[in-house]
Design a protein around this ligand. Structure first.
Ligand SMILES: C[S@@+](CC[C@H](N)C(=O)[O-])C[C@H]1O[C@@H](n2cnc3c(N)ncnc32)[C@H](O)[C@@H]1O
Length: 196
């Protein structure tokens, strides 16, 4: 897709852990292994380590994310420079999977397969926490707007079919973007679901 996330990663290096991830931890039964997809500046990777997971795996295809990963010196942490489309999601592996603002950037044709693999790679009662853009979200990346996935409410609900939905929040607001500073219309979904 050719988006460079370097600037985004630079401006999010000091942010707190994403709320959908923080909220999801109350539902986690065991903390053996967590996966952070589209880890960016790794604030959530750090949060998962601080939260006591035995192992935290993070993936992201952007070299700027790899540089941030190299600053984490913790034997429980591993990083793979890869897109979700190319990652080997092993079945029944993760007690928690966090995907904050990354589903929209997965290749459209691969998305259904990747979603199936993500669900299959959760352990029994494993938790999936997701932040995605709704179909009324402003087109924030105009050059690539046809490549970014926007989800209707019905499509969002369908993503979690076969799972127990624990939290489903839809938000719509106008706010300046933390990256380019311009007013942007945000329409977003924050969902936490448990594998049955
Ligand atoms: C909007 S940022 C979100 C970063 C981080 N999750 C956060 O909440 O700050 C999107 C991140 O997803 C990564 N990304 C883009 N396409 C991806 C893909 N196909 N698979 C995995 N990660 C991807 C980008 O490199 C970037 O770090």
């Amino acid at each position: 897709m050719g988006i460079s996330w370097e600037k985004y990663i630079a401006v999010t290096r000091q942010r707190p852990a994403r709320k959908p991830l923080v909220d999801a931890l109350q539902y986690v039964d065991k903390k053996e292994h967590a996966l952070n997809i589209g880890a960016g500046a790794h604030m959530d990777s750090r949060y998962l380590l601080e939260s006591g997971f035995d192992k935290v795996t993070s993936i992201d295809p952007d070299p700027a994310s790899q540089l941030c990963a190299e600053e984490i010196h913790d034997p429980r942490f591993e990083f793979y420079l890869t897109k979700a489309e190319d990652y080997n999601f092993k079945p029944n592996t993760y007690d928690l999977i966090s995907a904050q603002m990354v589903f929209p950037y997965i290749e459209r044709s691969s998305f259904p397969r990747v979603l199936c693999e993500i669900k299959a790679s959760l352990t029994e009662r494993g938790i999936l926490t997701v932040w995605i853009f709704g179909d009324r979200n402003g087109k924030m990346l105009a050059k690539t707007k046809n490549d970014v996935l926007y989800f209707s409410r019905e499509e969002t609900e369908a993503l979690f079919s076969g799972m127990e939905v624990l939290d489903f929040i839809e938000e719509e607001k106008d706010q300046s973007s933390p990256v380019h500073g311009k007013m942007t219309h945000y329409h977003e979904f924050f969902v936490i679901a448990r594998k049955k």
